[in-house]
Write a protein that binds this ligand. Structure first.
Ligand code: BG6
Length: 485
């Protein structure tokens, strides 16, 4: 018998992702009818109230053809709810009972998913431990933000480590649950084609873009205290960078993969007071239009002026043999022109053109890995333009495309959290972030923030609905490259 405990069960993440994901697993027979799903949060609702909230969360998925009303009704029966003030120890005993029934939980597998405010991490862990919910049969998933810098993240990690061993701790970065992100591993390591070229000899630079059209989405306080660097780069983008740049692990198990990722993260060249102005650009959106709709500027949405960045672009380097001299350009922002996440590998030109120096159309190869919303891998190759070519051969770039959605049209598209919750329940850690990775990520980010402070760098305004401040374009064009817009 297994139990799943959801902290923050009435919150946005739970409604949009966690409850639909658990339901998805249940529809596929991956979550038995005997599994108890216990929600907990501060709201004073009862089991019926929680089931009603869950029913509302599942409705759009059922309308989309996931299971049916009968299936959903059976799933809802598995849910129960315990109101809990995280700092009141007595609530944890009720939680223990809801998870374990009247028996002792000894043999039961308990998976806890913690998505609460960082200030509640410590008391929650203490409460769980005091109530006997931290034994070897318990696994704990931790949702970000895990701190706001290296020191506060270490504090949270220490508090968790006081009750749980690293093998029980599942730090979530939901990008790792995305199908297309996992596909990076398949692309790199299940094909022989790329690996020999995957290095400084053949690659001129790498770009990682995570562009969003949304603005604050009501997360005013959280976002203004975080900013784009800590909200997106510290976690998702550095994980993408690590997956692109890591050495081939010997196996796909959690330790082999994470050992390689952490080496990359620890090899990031610090961006500091000396290099922050030339290697980073920050921006904040002002009023504009996105998708034809006028939108407010950030300060207006917030209701006051703020120095928080909603856009960041970086030029990063990985100081190791493989990536010597290869810049990794990263950019992410809110209220940009389009929503897209992608990785571009820009190869070097051929060492010598047999067609002469001035042949028309010659360009270097590119590999474009689109993660969302398109799920596409596109290899840009040179081809001959058909014709008699009296004036010499003419070349043009053509794409070799794999559209994942077409190639796997029969497969249901999963929510990233389905994969993550299933891995948590089954105890597989490959898609979770180890403590040393998180800390290497924070060390890099803290250095950048110190660099901004030392140079009194302020976000540059950019119009909502564009590609961010023009300085971000200059950042890459100075090196004779350009963003893939
Ligand atoms: C979250 C950030 O981690 O990722 C959000 O806090 C951001 O600000 C979101 O919008 C993006 O996730 P996705 O899956 O929509 O790309």
């Amino acid at each position: 018998m297994t139990a799943v405990l959801l902290f923050g069960a009435t919150g946005d993440l739970s409604r949009r992702m966690l409850l639909p994901s658990l339901y998805g697993l249940s529809v596929d027979g991956l979550l038995g009818a005997e599994v108890r799903i216990v929600g907990t949060a501060r709201s004073q609702i009862d089991d019926a109230g929680f089931r009603a909230l869950a029913a509302e969360a599942l409705a759009p998925h059922i309308a989309n053809g996931l299971g049916d009303e009968g299936r959903a009704a059976a799933f809802l029966k598995q849910l129960s709810y315990v109101p809990l003030d995280a700092t009141d120890m007595s609530g944890y005993r009720r939680l223990h009972q809801a998870a374990c029934g009247v028996d002792n939980c000894g043999a039961e597998q308990i998976s806890i998913f913690l998505s609460t405010a960082p200030s509640l991490f410590k008391p929650t862990i203490e409460g769980l431990a005091a109530a006997g919910l931290a034994g070897p049969n318990v696994r704990i998933g931790l949702e970000k933000p895990l701190g706001t810098d290296l020191a506060s993240s270490a504090e949270i990690n220490d508090a968790v480590a006081a009750a749980f061993s690293e093998a029980q701790i599942f730090r979530i970065d939901h990008y790792l649950g995305k199908e297309t992100v996992q596909n990076l591993l398949a692309m790199r390591f299940a094909n022989i084609l790329f690996e020999p070229l995957w290095r400084a000899d053949a690659i001129s630079h790498v770009q990682i873009t995570v562009a969003e059209t949304v603005g604050l989405e009501g997360r005013v306080d959280f976002y203004d205290g975080a900013g784009a660097l800590r909200d997106m780069v510290q976690n998702h983008m550095l994980q993408l960078l690590a997956l692109v740049a890591m050495e081939p692990p010997a196996r796909s198990d959690a330790e082999s993969v994470r050992d390689e990722k952490v080496k990359v993260l620890q090899s990031l060249r610090p961006i500091d007071g000396r290099t922050a102005p030339s290697h980073s650009v920050i921006g904040q959106y002002v009023a504009g239009a996105v998708g034809g709709q006028p939108v407010k500027g950030y300060a207006d949405e917030l209701g006051r002026a703020s120095g928080t960045e909603t856009f960041v672009a970086l030029k990063a380097h990985i100081d190791n043999w493989r990536w010597k001299g290869v810049p990794f350009y990263l950019r992410t922002g809110k209220r940009l022109v389009t929503r897209k996440s992608e990785i571009l590998i820009d190869f070097k030109p051929v060492p010598h053109s047999i067609f002469g120096e001035h042949v028309q159309g010659m360009q270097a190869n590119k590999l474009l890995i689109s993660l969302q919303p398109n799920e596409n891998i596109s290899l840009k190759l040179m081809a001959k333009v058909p014709g008699l070519d009296q004036g010499g051969i003419r070349l043009r770039e053509v794409s070799l495309d794999i559209d994942q959605r077409n190639a796997f049209a029969e497969a249901r598209r999963r929510i990233a959290y389905e994969q993550l919750l299933l891995s948590l329940i089954e105890g597989r850690q490959t898609l979770f972030v180890r403590r040393d990775e998180v800390e290497a990520q924070w060390a890099f980010i803290d250095g950048i923030r110190r660099g901004w402070a030392e140079n009194a760098m302020e976000p540059r305004p950019y119009t909502a609905g564009g590609w961010g401040p023009s300085a971000a374009i200059a950042l890459i064009e100075r090196d004779n490259a350009s963003w893939n817009d």
